[in-house]
Each structure stands twice: as C-alpha cells, then as structure tokens.
Design a binder for this molecule. Sequence first.
Ligand code: GDP
Ligand code: MG
Length: 200
Amino acid sequence: MTKPSVAIIGRPNVGKSTLFNRLIGMRLAIVEDEPGVTRDRLQALCDWNGREFTLIDTGGLQPATEEELYENVEEQAKQALFEADVLVFLLDGRDGITPGDWEIADLVRKSNKPVVLAVNKLDNVHQENKAVEFFALGLGDPIPVSALNGINTGDLLDQIVALLPPKKESPSPLKQLRIAIVGRPNVGKSSLINKILGAE
Ligand code: GDP
Ligand code: MG
C-alpha cells in the first residue's frame, strides 16, 4: 500500500529543505545559504494527526539555465511535481513575487494538483501581512510560515492533510520489506539503485 506523496517545490533558496527538516522533525536535508545544494529528490515519511504521507524535498525550480547540473535538478523537481498527490509551493516572503515564481505558478496550474501556497521567512507575527501579495498568483490563500522557527507549520500540515486523497483501508496490510544496499564508496551502489528503480 503506497502512501500519498507531498512535494515541496519552489525556487532555490526559499527554504524548502529547512521546511522539509522542520516538518519531518529531523535534520535530514542539507540547508545552505547558497542555491543549488539540494540536487536529488529527498523523501521521508511524515505523520500528522494519524495521516501518513511521504514528504519530498526537491532541488528547486528556476528559470532556464545552461548549467547541466541545474538541468538535472530541474528535471527531478518537475518529476516530483508531476508525481505528487499534493504540492506545497514555497515562496520567499522577503523577496516578494519574482519572475521565477510566476513560471512555477504556471507549472502548478498545468499539473492540476491540489496546492498549498506557503510564504516562508516571515519569522514574526508582524511580518505575516507580507504573505498577502502572493494571493496574486491565483493559486489560493497564501499561508505565512517560518520554517526556521516553526510559525504556522501546524496550520500548514492541517491544510496539506486536508488535501490528501481519501485513505484507502487495506484489510491485511502487507509488511513492507526494507532492503539496504551497503558497500564501500564508489562501488556503484547508487547506479544499482537507479537501475532497479528505473529512475535517477
Ligand atoms: P532551499 O534551497 O529552498 O532548500 O533553501 P534552504 O532550506 O537551503 O534555505 C536557504 C536559506 O534560507 C538558508 O540560509 C536558511 O537558513 C534560510 N531560511 C530557510 N527558512 C527560513 C526562515 O523561515 N526564515 C529565515 N529567516 N531564513 C530561512
Ligand atoms: Mg534545498
């Protein structure tokens, strides 16, 4: 039985990995004050009020660039966008709406996925009104959050869970087999996993 999935998307450096870590309650994703640190999709199981879902951190979506690394990151982020059940579109409340945000808003609309608009880096209640301008993206009510100190992340989780597809009860849940691939660095562990999964 697969769990519904929720992808955090947005431009690089808006705080996706910080939010990911905050929501799963662990420091799993690397957070850097530099765009492009998260490359692969990273996922972890999340539980809120008894609803479980897989949360996915992505490397970020940004306007077309020549760099090959970014092409791959972008590819991964788009894949997450089109595979997820629910999207969290994260924005930087200090930057306001940027051209890149408009491009991502178009992708979100084309995906037809339920989306929660979260405006990050609003670290105290006096800044919450900065979220209002993001209403212009036409994707619903923006919710002000601070991934750094946790403001409104409970409300955000409530909204995410409300958009999840209905729970499918399975009469006899199969216990999932978990396999670890171990070995020295550079022996080809990641290549083997990619081959088995048929994905990067
Ligand atoms: P990503 O590229 O979208 O994954 O962004 P990161 O999570 O790596 O964060 C980019 C930078 O923004 C880091 O310096 C974070 O510490 C900072 N940041 C993330 N969330 C917040 C927040 O809620 N408030 C503030 N002030 N900074 C934040
Ligand atoms: Mg990141």
